[in-house]
Design a protein around this ligand. Structure first.
Ligand code: GLU
Length: 303
């Protein structure tokens, strides 16, 4: 069966789940997104694109941006980064403050909010214009210039009290170098980047090709780094359901509260599934099921 028929079948099969769950209304600008949308796209190692449903509809990438921030941060800081942020799954909600206090301002991993805020701080050290750097990184992978949804960024800023608290806590422990406002500005804006399933699958192609861009072969990160980023996605990429996600889907992945999930089949393809309504853990209900069906149908899994 072709990849195209597989994803078309999956889109039909998950249709009853689309809209089940809740859009992320703690960010007011995301509360008005129509929950009844579903898209899925695949970008293969040899540059083929397969897509179904609303795969060309733009959505807020939210926490998926954390992997991109991390990619730029390791590129600049190397191993030094791990003195300021950990490598372990948190087992706590993505915006929990408790663990951060207990562990003296060192976030458990770079893919929870505190970790990504810390990474944003390191990007301010590394680059004069960290956001421009992130946007141009995406453009280099997709060939098109991404945009930031300023309504979403403003909305996050107006209501991001927990993120402010985390940043202040890290600052109080001496783990944040820049002013809280400046770091959060980068963090909120990177979360507010908009993209589509097709563009996100293309953006993440390098993680499916040992660190090289599919087709051009351009080395984006070393193959060791690509493996390590994939390892973090597997263990920490889907909030405190990373264990269940590895069990059910079996692929490195990163989800965002905009309803997108990017998953990597090493040496084969990057996949993005999207549907805005989220389950209890913050992962999209229909996108998670679509990825589960995909690995079940194809037998593709890292295990
Ligand atoms: N901008 C969101 C927040 O800070 C990101 C959450 C997510 O997608 O996990 O809460």
């Amino acid at each position: 069966m072709s990849l195209q028929s597989i994803i078309d079948d999956i889109a039909a099969e998950v249709a009853p789940l689309v809209g089940q769950g809740k859009v992320a209304d703690y960010i007011p600008a995301l509360a008005c997104v129509d929950p009844c949308q579903f898209g899925m796209a695949i970008y293969t190692k040899d540059g083929q694109i397969y897509q179904t449903g609303d795969a060309q509809t733009s959505f807020s990438i939210q926490s998926i941006s954390k992997v991109l921030g991390l990619t730029l941060a390791i590129d600049h800081h190397g191993r030094q980064l791990w003195t300021r942020v950990g490598l372990e799954p948190s087992g706590d909600p993505f915006n929990s403050l408790v663990q951060l206090e207990f562990e003296r301002g060192v976030p458990r991993n770079p893919l929870i909010n505190a970790g990504a805020i810390l990474v944003a701080d390191t990007l301010l050290e590394a680059y004069d214009e960290p956001l421009e750097q992130l946007l141009s990184f995406i453009e280099q992978q997709t060939g098109s210039e991404p945009t930031i949804d300023s309504d979403v960024a403003e909305s996050e800023k107006a209501t991001g009290f927990r993120n402010e608290a985390m940043a202040s806590l890290m600052k109080s422990f001496g783990n944040l170098q820049h002013p809280v406002d400046q770091v959060l500005d980068v963090y909120f804006k990177q979360c507010s980047i908009v993209s589509t399933c097709v563009q996100l699958a293309q953006t993440f192609g390098f993680l499916a090709c040992d660190g090289c861009q599919p087709v051009s072969g351009h080395q984006v990160v070393t193959s060791r780094r690509a493996r390590r980023i994939n390892a973090l996605m597997l263990t920490c990429g889907t909030y405190d359901r990373a264990g269940e996600f590895a069990f059910e889907v079996g692929l490195p992945a990163k989800s965002g509260v905009g309803g997108g999930i990017v998953a990597i089949v090493p040496n084969q393809m990057a996949i993005c599934a999207w549907s805005p309504a989220l389950g209890e853990s913050g992962n999209s209900v229909a996108a998670t099921e679509a990825l589960r069906l995909f690995t079940q149908r194809t037998g593709l899994s890292i295990f």
